[in-house]
Design a protein around this ligand. Sequence first.
Ligand SMILES: [Zn+2]
Length: 352
Amino acid sequence: MFYQESYNCMVYKSNPKIVEDFDFFIGTLNRNLLNKISVSLIVEKIGVQYELAKELLNYFESEEILEKQFVIVCPCEDCDQILGIISFDEMDEFIRETKECFNCERDNLEIKRENIYVVYKRIKLATTSQEEIADTLEERNVISKRNDDINFIRADLLSEDDIYKYYYNPNKSALQKLKKGYDNLKNHYTTTTQKGSVLEELVNEVFLNVKCFDTSMKYRTETNQIDVTVTPKIKVIEPAVLDFLIPYFVCECKNEKKVSGNTYYHKLFSVIESTDARVGILFSIESCAKTCKIIAREKYLSSKKYLINITKKDLQKIIDQELSIFQVLKAKIDAISLSSNTLLKELGLDYK
Ligand SMILES: [Zn+2]
C-alpha cells in the first residue's frame, strides 16, 4: 500500500479491499484534487457508504496524512464560484472580509453555514518507495484519467458536529487534567468550602476547554454570589446552541450528596431573571428532585429562560466518554423547550 498507516486502520481488519482502494486513491491523487478531497468524492470513487467514507477520512486525518479544510462557495444562487479554501482558524476573518464575488460580480455577500463545505487536503506523501509505487500502478494498470469536476453535495456541508469539535476538542493532557479534577470529587474534605470549590474548579476547567468561552469564578452581584460565570465570545460561525448561551450564562455548583434542588433552582432563577443571561446551570452530584423539572418548565414558559441540571454522571460522560459539552448543553436545553427527553436518553444523560 502507499501508506503504512493504512494497515492499522480499523476498517482494514473487516474490509481490506476498501482500505486498499482508499489508500490507492489518496496515494495517486490527481493534482487538481489534492486539496479538494470530500466525503462525496470518496463515496463516488471508492463506492462506499457515506459513514465509512467519513471514517476513512477521519482516520487519515488523525494520522496526519490529510488535513481538514473548508471550502467557501459564493452564496448567490446561480453562482457556484469557490471563494476560498481555508482553515477553521481563518474562517471568521475570511467571512467578515469577503463581500464580493469576482465571478458573478455581486457584492454585499453574506456567507452562511450552508455555503461552507468540508474537504481534506493531502499533506503527506506515500510512505512506500518509488519502486513499490510503480509496481502498484502497473499492477492496477491505471494511469489516472479521473475527471476534475468538483461537485459538492449536502453530505459535504460543514456540520454542527464539525463546529462542536472545532470549539471543544480537549487534547490528552487537558482530558487528564479534567479526569484528575473529577477524581478529586470523591476525596474527603474537612470544610464545606474546600469541598465546594473542588466542583467549582472542575466546572470552570470544563468550560475553559471551549475555545470561544471566557469564564470567571466567584462573581458577586448585589444579592448573590455566582460560582462560575461563562461568557461566550461571538464568532461568525458558531454552534447553534450558542444562541442560548450568549451573552453569558451562570453556574451554581453543589458538591453535596443529596440535593433536592428546589431552593437552588429558585435562587438560580432569581440570578438570571433580571439579567440578560438565559441559562442557569445547577451542577450537582446526584440529579435533583423531579419537582425541579416542573419548576424549569414553568420558568421557561413564563420567561423563555432555562434552568438545567448537570450531574456528576453527566460530567463523567464528558470527561471519560469524551461527549461534547455542546451536545450535553443542547440536549438539556432542548429537553425543557421541547419537553422531550429523547436526546438525553440517546446520549445517556440524566433526565433533568
Ligand atoms: Zn458569485
